[in-house]
Ligand binder design. Structure first.
Ligand code: ZN
Length: 470
């Protein structure tokens, strides 16, 4: 089991480093969140459509639902599905009263690699499950409380298509072709590219580099340096939402005029609350830039790397919530809420087994269960209701699908932190491949307190200081 142990050690140390950045940049993310709509995104469990990087949304700002091929029970009795949307709707109602929440259900396809496994690469079928969700959700909410869209991701280059009411489509690839864009910098106006950012704090956080410097190269800093990425997301969302309210013409000093004009040909026809135009334009602009980065990147990959990039290469199954900081194609993601987790776990296991035949792993298949917690846990009951008992219920599903042939990590994280804190429900279970256990000393109503769990969390964090550098 040593090797699974090594895998999880490295995995956790990468998580600690990303979570530290999220914590340091908390104000930047909060500012972003105040200007963005509350958003729910439904996706496939495919690891290639993981995360929110291609949409330009920082971790913690999107609520994700994931099911195999977007197939989900739309029955009113599917509590998890509807409750996930209700959380965003309620959040929007009270915190962004003039801006409705947004719901997008994304299918995915791949011209060069494999499409959606659940739908056997049949894009028409994949679109049907997206349309079924969109229709049912649109029926359930009014447009002033929830704006509902469909979408499609090309997993080769992470280009997205947004499908609006009335079947209007804005397709990133289409914009790239029409405007003849070659590099990420091509999306922006020369004036913006060549000057330092006019906002003091953002400029400081990106080491006073110009956008041109941040966007250049095969691995542009904007996309590969997490701190830079968060700051540019915040900056661009603010500039776009502010200028669109003042004078749309001003945007042409930020974004290349022909790109804007081309997008507005369609966007102007779409019926949409005025408060959403800025955020959605931002999302499109970010995605065009991101897809250009991916197009250039895959041009530079050798055949083996290319295959690994385009097709499934996930290394583990992640079950639960809070995995947004993981890189693309790292994990097959299973979330509760489809109505039948066992089915989703079985599909995930199949994908992982296929990957393991191609890319050998010297350990048992890996499963990571994580529970996301809101707010603080003050008593042992809080811990038991939110974390302990849930891990137990979810682990039973993993037991059913994987049996003994699995190495496991079980953990919890706080919604606004994304740091995984490992816990062990059963110290003697040999499948538990990671030694750290936040709860071992305090797992009873007598010993548990908010202070004691905070102390254990601090000890765990401290154990990794310097570890990521080694
Ligand atoms: Zn899929």
């Amino acid at each position: 089991m040593q090797k699974a142990h090594d895998f999880f050690h490295k995995y956790l140390s990468e998580n600690i480093s990303d979570a530290d950045t999220v914590e340091r940049m908390r104000n930047v993310i909060a500012e972003f969140s105040a200007r963005a709509p509350k958003i729910v995104v439904m996706k496939c469990i495919d690891g290639r459509v993981h995360g929110s990087k291609a949409k330009g949304y920082p971790p913690t700002t999107i609520r994700f639902g994931r099911t195999d091929g977007n197939i989900v029970s739309l029955d009113r009795s599917n509590f998890w599905f509807w409750n996930r949307i209700d959380r965003a709707v309620k959040d929007a109602h009270f915190n962004t009263p003039e801006t409705p929440a947004v719901f997008i259900a994304f299918m995915h396809h791949s011209p060069r690699g494999l499409g959606c496994a659940t739908h056997k690469s049949n894009d028409t079928e994949a679109l049907k499950s997206v349309e079924a969700q969109v229709a049912e959700v649109r029926k359930t909410y009014s447009e002033t409380e929830l704006y509902v869209m469909g979408g499609d991701t090309n997993t080769d280059i992470m280009a997205e298509t947004l499908i609006f009411p009335g079947s209007y489509r804005i397709d990133t690839e289409n914009v790239i072709q029409y405007c003849n864009l070659k590099k990420p910098r091509d999306v922006f106006h020369e004036f913006f590219l060549t000057n330092k950012l006019d906002d003091v704090a953002t400029s400081r956080n990106v080491e006073h580099k110009t956008p041109d410097e941040l966007l250049k190269g095969i691995n542009p800093e904007v996309f590969t340096n997490f701190q830079t990425c968060l700051n540019m997301q915040n900056y661009l969302l603010r500039e776009i939402t502010t200028n669109i309210r003042k004078d749309r013409g001003d945007l042409k000093r930020l974004i290349r005029p022909d790109v804007l004009d081309y997008i507005f040909v369609t966007l102007d026809r779409v019926s949409m609350p005025a408060t959403l135009v800025g955020p959605i334009l931002y999302q499109i602009i970010w995605n065009i830039t991101y897809a250009l980065y991916q197009i250039n990147l895959i041009d530079h990959l050798g055949p083996e790397e290319l295959e690994r990039h385009l097709d499934h290469a996930e290394e583990l199954v992640c079950y639960g919530d809070g995995f947004e900081t993981l890189p693309r194609n790292k994990a097959v993601l299973v979330k509760t809420g489809r109505g039948d987790d066992i089915d989703a776990l079985a599909v995930a296991k199949e994908v992982l087994e296929r990957n393991r035949r191609r890319y050998r792993q010297d350990h048992k298949p890996l499963v990571h269960i994580n529970i996301e917690v809101n707010g603080q846990m003050m008593s042992w009951d809080d811990f038991n209701d939110n974390v302990g008992s849930r891990i137990l219920t979810m682990r039973r599903n993993v037991d059913t699908v994987f049996g003994e042939e699995v190495a496991m990590l079980t953990s919890y994280s706080y919604r606004d932190e994304k740091r995984f804190y490992p816990v062990k429900l059963n110290q003697k279970d040999p499948r538990m491949a990671y030694p750290a256990d936040i709860i071992s000393e305090i797992n009873s109503a007598l010993k548990f307190s908010n202070i004691s769990i905070k102390a254990q969390e601090a000890i765990y964090k401290a154990s990794f200081i310097g570890a990521s550098k080694v």
